[in-house]
Design a protein around this ligand. Structure first.
Ligand SMILES: Nc1ncnc2c1ncn2[C@@H]1O[C@H](COP(=O)(O)OP(=O)(O)OP(=O)(O)O)[C@@H](O)[C@H]1O
Length: 358
């Protein structure tokens, strides 16, 4: 396991040691989540759909970390919630350890849910301010009727606190008595209380000070190693995702536009959207920083209720070509083993035969 000790450590390239690939624990197949837009006095008239996620397929190997990046509103959280079946996909399959959970219900769904947990951006929103830490951490154990061992739930709570680097005395305190980083530790302890196999962490460090971010990232990595966890980490911050992920998927307006192992994606990005995201990461060297080229995206993210025809990125793409880009939605295709890109002209852009519009 790689360990971050400094505040800039999340920015260092190629830090993460690739783990031996395990079997696929999570397989998402053509998942879509469309939210109805309703009108009328009792909102009974469906006038359209927000296509928050629109046909995503990806695989996450056991024991690995899949990083999902993209700007706000591209559908990352919605996909994460669909993976955990916190919402039901409109279409598609979510295979978790060999079972399609997209259509499960009742007791089977409840059992699957205990094997998958979520870590939220703001632990305050997932922790009840009136509940002590002990109550918050023992609640999932009680809800899933986990047998209390010798020492009861209190002993398990102590163990969990120890695992996330908090003193046993934290058990009797309340969320507001802790700092942001400590609260996130409590949120993580709650997520791992049931010893899940998959943890979806939605922006787990973006609400924290940079100095605390590295500590929480370290904790997530330590727990991954000690508990054999598989992660899906959702973030808009490429630097964080780069450090923790084995594989990175870049999302734009409800779909994946590029996927590769972390080192490849950062060394050799091919989709114009990924290039733009990369060019926005500050470089620590002031000389390089002053001279490097930035790709600024035009306009805002289009509405997922009315996505552009053809390539969804075509309205903002600096390399857009007449014809195909606006008429044909590019599928994800393999440009190198394990590296897929959804762009008609990825090779030409890379070779420099298609250049940016002035
Ligand atoms: N319950 C809902 N009903 C209607 N639209 C929704 C709902 N939840 C999300 N959306 C819309 O779906 C789109 C994707 O939202 P989502 O939160 O998944 O994006 P995101 O990439 O996670 O962004 P953020 O980082 O801001 O959470 C957005 O346009 C959002 O407004």
């Amino acid at each position: 396991m790689s360990t971050v000790t400094g505040q800039d450590a999340a920015d260092r390239p190629g830090e993460r040691q690739s783990r031996a690939p395990g079997d696929v624990l999570l397989s998402v197949r053509d998942v879509a989540v469309h939210f109805p837009i309703t009108k009328g006095i009792v909102r009974d008239r469906v006038v359209g759909h927000v296509k928050a996620v629109d046909g995503v397929s990806l695989d996450v190997r056991r024991g690995s970390t899949y990083g999902l990046v993209g700007e706000s509103g591209c559908g990352k959280s919605t996909l994460g919630r669909a993976v955990l079946r916190l919402l039901r996909p409109t279409r598609g399959e979510v295979w978790f350890d060999g079972t399609d959970i997209a259509t499960l219900g009742g007791e089977e769904l409840r059992r699957s849910r205990s094997r998958m947990q979520m870590v939220f951006q703001d632990p305050m929103s997932s922790l009840d301010p009136r509940q002590s830490v002990e109550a918050a951490l023992s609640e999932p154990l009680r809800a899933h009727r986990v047998a209390a061992g010798p020492g009861g739930y209190a002993a398990r709570v102590k163990e969990l606190l120890h695992a996330v680097g908090l003193p046993a005395s934290a058990a009797g305190r309340f969320p507001h008595e802790f700092s942001g980083g400590q609260r996130q530790r409590i949120g993580i302890a709650r997520a791992v209380a049931l010893r899940p196999e998959l943890v979806v962490a939605d922006e787990p460090v973006s609400a924290l000070d940079v100095s605390v971010q590295a500590q929480v990232v370290n904790l997530l990595e330590e727990l991954q190693d000690s508990l054999g966890l598989t992660y899906m980490v959702i973030a808009h911050d490429l630097a964080v995702v780069r450090h923790v992920s084995d594989v990175v998927g870049v999302m734009y307006l409800g779909g994946l536009v590029e996927e590769a192992d972390s080192d490849t994606l950062y060394a050799d990005p091919m989709h114009p959207y990924t290039l733009a995201l990369m060019s926005a990461i500050p470089v620590p060297d002031p000389v390089v920083e002053a001279t490097r080229e930035r790709i600024l995206l035009r306009g805002d993210l289009p509405s997922p209720a009315d996505p552009p025809s053809g390539c969804r990125f075509s309205t903002r793409c600096p390399f857009v070509q007449p014809g195909r880009c606006t008429t044909e939605r590019p599928a994800l295709r393999e440009v190198a083993p394990g590296h897929t890109v959804a762009c008609h002209y990825a090779e030409e852009i890379k070779a420099g035969t298609i250049t940016r519009a002035a």
